[in-house]
Design a protein. Structure first.
Length: 260
């Protein structure tokens, strides 16, 4: 994390950028957390770059999603994480080395305790009951569902992110589903936002600099596809299948040039 100014005792530390690594299993919805944070960056004039791993097995497995948020230009996904969120003990053991010296690690107390942490390199460890706090907030059989939204709320509070815009993004994502899905998601989010994480320092990003021009948020596959269309590729070379371009002036090439 790079700071922009020295904080007062009552105000959060100002940041220009931060790298957050979320480590868990694919079924925990950590990709959703990263996706929400990336979309929020696009709505708050910030830059973002992400990196994720997806297990090759259908049944799922260990997975990470890393988000590099910045108020200025962001050109890489981050070499070291400033914050690690470990959903399980194996997540902690596999990714604690990726956390920078003096970084912050949040871990789920349902899967590990203080005796499992490695007190070295000045890393700050904070145990948070992701699972039990989510069950308490939502109720019912939610042991493995909803804790990603709890973590999203906690991250929102720690970094003083725009809660109103983030809730709007979540609402649009789940609004098409059953009403109970959105209600439970917001209950878990609010529980995470309100959770007192102890003496950990709070942060706030300085205002984003990307305030002018058209902006897009896309993953690598989407950008590769847009690049191929902009280059005039209309046929897939391996299978020789014809790509069907959109009529002018709405084809992807035109739209890509408009967005720079």
């Amino acid at each position: 994390m790079s700071t922009a100014s020295a904080p007062s005792s009552s105000s959060p530390t100002s940041l220009r950028n931060a790298v957050i690594r979320l480590a868990g299993n694919s079924q925990d919805g950590i990709q959703s957390i990263g996706g929400f944070l990336a979309r929020l960056a696009g709505r708050t004039a910030q830059e973002v770059m992400t990196y994720m791993t997806i297990p090759s097995t259908i049944s799922g497995g260990p997975s990470i999603f890393q988000v590099h948020l910045g108020s200025g230009e962001v050109l890489h996904e981050g070499d070291e994480a400033d914050v690690l969120v470990a959903f399980y003990k194996h997540s902690y053991e596999n990714h604690i080395a990726a956390l920078r010296d003096g970084g912050i690690c949040f871990y789920d107390t349902a899967d590990m305790g203080p005796e499992d942490v490695k007190n070295e390199r000045g890393i700050i460890h904070i145990g948070v009951p992701f699972t039990s706090a989510t069950v308490e907030a939502v109720g019912g059989s939610t042991r493995d569902r909803g804790k990603n939204m709890f973590v999203l709320g906690m991250v929102c509070a720690v970094f003083n992110l725009d809660k109103e815009k983030l809730v709007g993004i979540v609402s649009r994502q789940f609004g098409r589903k059953d009403e109970s899905v959105l209600r439970n998601a917001l209950l878990a989010f609010d529980a995470g936002f309100a959770y007192q994480v102890g003496d950990v320092e709070k942060f706030a990003f300085v205002p984003g600099e990307a305030t002018s021009g058209h902006r897009i948020s896309a993953d690598g596959n989407q950008m590769l596809t847009l690049g191929l269309i902009a280059a005039g590729v209309r046929r897939a070379p391996r299978h020789h299948r014809q790509l069907r371009p959109r009529p002018q002036p709405e084809d992807g090439g035109t739209r890509l040039r408009q967005h720079g």
